[in-house]
Design a protein around this ligand. Structure first.
Ligand code: ADP
Ligand code: F6P
Length: 483
């Protein structure tokens, strides 16, 4: 922490913890959580020490059981914030994922309900109580994502009461929408107010940052003339783009593992003479999976000569399965996958392998590594770390990234990939064809560009840059940190 004079404690807060706990036959079992936030923060653990607070994923009432859960999380330096299941459901599924998430991703037609909003406020308050208790004077507190937008304000009030001076940072892992879109949300001001109690706000791209600044100016009349600063209610909030990433060595090392090498060989033999396209996405509307399957169907229509010579392996990781819209999407996708295979299959095989389940990390790395192209079709996406992971696994093959222009990653990776509009089937089909027919030199050129980017912008660098900036705010809160 070079910017500071002392080594400060660091607390990280997010709704999701690195482990999700489940009760199986009366005892607790934990499994690694999936998602970009966990990937990014886990990548930081090698270089930075912190305690991670979050919701464990289930209700635990009994005190002895609570101790067991705490113990199971301890090896990850994680501490649970326990919530009643109805409250957690309304906060996570009801408000965060059914109301806030669609607005952040430009999806219209969202209906607002007061019940989930009250639950959202209550959960943010409970987090504030817990974090305030855990923080000491001088602790750096780094809050993550849209589930906890009110937390900076609630926490600041509590810390002040207790006479604790702590710098508060907040990072958003989703886009922040442009123009008027945010106003669709009736509680639009409350949430922005909540965030502006932070000392430092981080966004994945310059576009999201600018959208947020514009919203603060137009909605609250905040002063935003000085770049990367927002002045509001006598406070100065610094705001910046921090490029999130992965730990690429985790992937390159895994590919050296003898079992993974065997697996790669098996898969390569299985797909000999067949070009493999891979897709890995949480099963979510924003990932454009319907568009992806329809685009692949169009590609197969456009290129009958590629029949039996190309396969799309799509891993759709189960996500937010208690939300009706996600259940409906799953039904739609499995029907669509069946139709596409019905239309294009031959006795030699099917062109689409649709897997609706989570796959182990080693299998994921092997799949990335054997694929000639990776197809990502997000209609909107904060960053999309799968694109980074594919690159990290392509040192030998130099496969091509075919990337939606609406993924945050496209802001940085356009030069090294083939970008397209996800709602345009023809563009997607042409992008795929181009990816599979790029000459060797062009593939290498693109690959080297992406490799350099992914190895430079790691999760460790992202975290350290944010923490240093937050620390410099803590050292001198009257000095702007945005130079
Ligand atoms: P999002 O944050 O929206 O889920 P990202 O593409 O940024 O999207 O991140 C997805 C992350 O989830 C990737 O790091 C990917 O490797 C990870 N992931 C995918 N499948 C699994 C799995 N079965 N277990 C753990 N992590 C997974
Ligand atoms: O990308 C936004 C995000 O909320 C990430 O923070 C998280 O990793 C991912 O979506 C998965 O979300 P959930 O916690 O609902 O599984």
């Amino acid at each position: 922490m070079p910017a500071g004079d002392t080594k400060r404690n660091l607390i990280i807060v997010s709704n999701r913890l690195p482990l999700s706990v489940k009760r199986v036959d009366g005892s607790f079992q934990s499994s690694i959580s999936s998602g970009g936030l966990v990937t990014a923060l886990s990548g930081l653990t090698k270089s930075t020490q912190f305690r991670w607070f979050g919701w464990p994923g289930l209700e635990v009432k009994d005190n002895e059981d609570r101790k067991d859960v705490c113990q199971s999380l301890e090896e990850h330096n994680a501490s649970p914030v326990f919530l009643d299941s109805d409250l957690a459901h309304e906060h996570y599924n009801g408000f965060s994922n059914r109301i806030l998430w669609p607005i952040l991703h430009y999806q219209s037609g969202v209906t607002f309900d007061d019940g989930p909003w009250q639950a959202y406020k209550r959960v943010n308050e409970l987090f504030a109580d817990e974090i305030c208790q855990a923080a000491e004077n001088g602790t750096l507190i780094w809050i993550h994502d849209y589930h906890l937008m009110l937390l900076p304000e609630l926490l600041r009030a509590r810390l002040q009461k207790q006479g604790k001076s702590c710098a508060i940072g907040f990072s958003l892992h989703t886009p922040f929408p442009a123009g008027d879109f945010w106003r669709n949300l009736p509680v639009r001001k409350h949430l922005i107010d909540g965030l502006l109690a932070s000392d430092l706000l981080g966004f994945h791209t310059d576009e999201y940052k600018q959208n947020f600044i514009d919203t603060c100016a137009s909605l609250l009349g905040a002063r935003t003339e000085i770049p990367n600063q927002i002045q509001y209610k006598n406070r100065l909030v610094c705001i910046d783009q921090f490029i999130v990433g992965i730990d690429p060595l985790k992937f390159t090392d895994t590919l050296q593992n003898p079992d993974v090498k065997d697996r790669i060989q098996t898969l390569e033999e299985r797909y000999k003479g067949v070009r493999v396209i891979v897709g890995v996405d949480r099963l979510d509307h924003i990932k454009g999976l319907t568009q992806k399957l329809k685009g692949f169907d169009a590609f197969l229509d456009d290129h009958p000569e590629l029949r039996n010579k190309v396969v799309l392996i799509q891993v759709a990781v189960p996500s937010r399965e208690d939300v009706k819209e996600y259940q409906e999407l799953e039904t739609e996708l499995s029907t669509l996958a069946g139709k596409i295979n019905g239309k294009h299959a031959t006795p030699e095989g099917t062109p689409l392998l649709y897997m609706h389940r989570s796959v182990p990390f080693t299998e994921l790395a092997a799949l990335y590594s054997i694929a000639d192209a990776c197809l990502l079709t997000s209609t909107r996406d904060g960053m999309n770390l799968v694109s980074f992971e594919y690159v990290a696994c392509q040192e030998k093959r130099h496969g091509v990234l075919v990337l939606s222009e609406f993924a945050g990653a496209a802001s940085f990776m356009r030069e090294g990939s083939i970008c397209f509009h996800p709602a345009n089937k023809t563009e997607m089909s042409e992008a795929l064809y181009a990816a599979l027919h790029l000459d060797k030199d062009e593939r290498r050129r693109k690959y080297e560009y992406l490799r350099d980017f992914v190895h430079k912008h790691t999760s460790a660098r992202w975290g350290q840059t944010f923490i240093e900036k937050l620390n410099s705010r803590a050292c001198n809160s009257t000095r702007p940190c945005c130079s």
